[in-house]
Design a protein around this ligand. Structure first.
Ligand code: NAD
Length: 261
């Protein structure tokens, strides 16, 4: 259990990839701060499960991260419980699919706020504690869309390219403090986020559900497989290891070969 005594704050961890990170880090002994939306009783059950796995603590820090105050409240709750955060995984994200001229401006604002600005805010709030300890791991769930684009995803692609730049900037700023910053760029991972964008893509492109899955989503992934949340979490776990201390500023694609084309 190489993460015993370390505390990980993972945004958007009540579901999908974020929850897989939480489970993987708890299995190595990390205390966990969950964040995201969901049924309070189910979140309570998840916290109990994670604490039982790690033998430590797992708490929920609420916060709507489309609002700056939401990120500040979440980090304050985490710091009140644990004093400092050792591992921050900026993972919460949302998607909206529409042609740019019809893109609802409120969706643009929400996606930039959640997928990019909240990550900046969480970083600036936890870095002082990491610097004081001389150790830290900052990770981001970016996306293949941090490296390449798709039509109808203007806000998401812009935010994820921003995350790739933020990662590199942090790596340089924090290089001598024992703190690394890296992002993971999955292709399509089978989570509610992907499932929920199928109806909009069907509408935007005039396709059936099967056509969206096979001809839009998996067509980009040469392996013709969805990435699994646990695969992404396994890479994140490696990046938390001592042996990964010189990996910083990297953007790891895990996309079945998508961006190799
Ligand atoms: P998901 O929908 O399963 O989970 C999203 C999480 O974010 C949930 O816990 C949700 O409650 C939380 N969340 C949503 N809005 C929030 C808000 N305003 N404030 C706080 N929390 C909020 O999605 P996922 O697929 O696990 O996505 C996680 C991350 O992975 C996102 O950043 C996404 O862009 C990225 N990603 C996903 C895929 C994929 O194919 N699923 C691919 C590449 C990147």
């Amino acid at each position: 259990m190489f993460l015993k005594g370390k505390c990980a704050l993972i945004t958007g961890s009540t579901s999908g990839i974020g929850l897989a990170y939480a489970r993987a880090l708890a299995a190595e002994g990390a205390d966990i701060v969950l964040n995201g939306f969901g049924d309070p009783a189910e979140i309570e059950t998840l916290c109990s499960e994670l604490a039982a796995t790690s033998g430590g603590r797992a708490i929920f820090a609420a916060g709507d991260l489309t609002r700056r105050e939401g990120t500040e409240t979440m980090v304050a709750a985490a710091l009140a419980e644990f004093g400092a955060i050792d591992i921050l995984i900026n993972n919460a994200g949302m998607q909206h699919v529409a042609p740019v001229e019809d893109f609802p401006v409120e969706k643009w604002d929400a996606i930039i706020a959640l997928n990019l600005t909240s990550a900046f805010d969480a970083c600036r709030l936890v870095i002082p504690g990491m610097k004081a300890k001389g150790w830290g791991r900052i990770l981001f769930t970016a996306s293949a869309h941090s490296l390449t684009a798709s039509p109808f995803k203007a806000a998401y692609v812009s935010a994820k390219h921003g995350i790739a730049g933020l990662t590199k900037t942090l790596a340089l700023e924090l290089a001598t403090h024992g703190i690394t910053a890296n992002c993971i760029s999955p292709g399509y991972v089978w989570t509610p986020l992907v499932e929920n964008q199928i109806p909009d893509t069907m509408k935007a492109r005039g396709l059936t559900r099967e056509q969206v899955i096979n001809d839009v989503l998996l067509t980009r992934q040469p392996t013709k497989q969805f990435v699994q949340p646990e695969d992404v979490a396994a890479l994140a776990l490696f990046l938390c290891r001592h042996e990964a201390r010189n990996i910083t500023g990297a953007n790891y694609n895990m996309d079945g070969g998508w961006v190799a084309e």
